[in-house]
Design a protein around this ligand. Structure first.
Ligand code: CAA
Length: 260
């Protein structure tokens, strides 16, 4: 499949998606969102892939937001459809059986911050900037930012970013737990790949079960979460990989998971 606005590469069990509109700082227009939707749907069906890295092409930006030149003349219905499309794509990332790593190599603003937030793990390059500057355009975040940012950094920190429209740097994002770690800009893909490879060595059904269990915690009270975890924990015991993992430990060797 050829994409106009994405570069998709494969390295063993890792897929690497780069948003490829560097002249517009990788701003997300409708076509890019539709291509992302297709790419993620395809990857989700691909049994060979366990982890997906998302980054931005070029030296300056991960994604500088939704495309303002496209949004400028939208009417209310078109704006709603655009927001629903962005939410649909980012929800697909969140609910995917694959593990998504955002390698934030520069500006992650508006829809770019929201794309990173939809990913499971976020690595930032030194010098990366995060923010929800929509307020300066007379709008609010529309690709899940009001929901996910609040869950990740808490209500008052989220509201400060959303209401002031201020950008924060990678160090501040790390303090707010918006990013897992900060690396030199030239090391970001290598670091993201190291994490992706480490995860890809584990059992596919078990990593997706772990993601499902952790996602559940964000939407449900603890009592329901405990029951859900017990159910998922017990389903692990129906896999060959659980048997292999435990046998390997007892035999003092590395587990050789077959993803079954
Ligand atoms: N949409 C469309 N084009 C964008 C863009 C965006 N979000 N961000 C940058 N660009 C374009 C610029 O218009 C410019 O194009 P031209 O060369 O054709 O003029 C090019 O990318 C380079 O940008 P700048 O010249 O502005 O670069 P800079 O280094 O001076 O500034 C920046 C970089 C601070 C990131 C600045 O580009 C900026 O503020 N961008 C907009 C950020 C923003 O407001 N994002 C939120 C968008 S709304 C949203 O995302 C809503 C939602 O949740 C759904």
């Amino acid at each position: 499949m050829n994409y106009n606005n994405l570069i998709l590469n494969f390295e063993n069990e890792i897929a690497i998606i780069k948003i490829n509109r560097p002249k517009a700082l990788n701003a997300l227009n409708k076509e890019t969102l539709e291509e992302l939707d297709l790419a993620i749907t395809d990857l989700d069906k691909n049994d060979k892939i366990k982890t997906v890295i998302i980054s931005g092409e070029g030296k300056k930006a991960f994604v500088a937001g939704a495309d303002i030149s496209e949004m400028k003349s939208m009417n209310v219905k078109e704006a709603k459809d655009f927001s629903l499309l962005g939410n649909q794509v980012f929800n697909k990332i969140e609910n995917s059986t694959k593990i998504f790593i955002a390698a934030v190599n520069g500006y992650a603003l508006g829809g770019g911050c929201e794309l990173a937030l939809a990913c499971d793990i976020r690595i930032a390059a030194k010098g990366a900037k995060f923010g929800q500057p929509e307020i300066n355009l007379g709008i609010i975040p529309g690709f899940g930012g009001t929901q996910r940012l609040t869950k990740v950094i808490g209500k008052s920190q989220a509201l400060e970013l959303i209401l002031t429209g201020d950008n924060i740097d990678a160090e501040e994002a790390k303090i707010l737990k918006l990013v897992n770690q900060i690396v030199e800009v030239e090391d970001i893909m290598e670091k993201a790949k190291l994490i992706a490879e480490k995860i890809a060595k584990k059992s596919a059904p078990i990593i997706s079960t772990a993601k499902e269990a952790v996602n559940f915690a964000l939407e449900h009270p603890s009592a329901e979460g405990s029951k859900f975890e017990a159910n998922l924990f017990s389903t692990c015991f129906s896999t060959k990989d659980q048997k292999e993992g435990m046998q390997a430990f007892l035999n003092n060797r590395k587990a050789d998971f077959k993803n079954e």
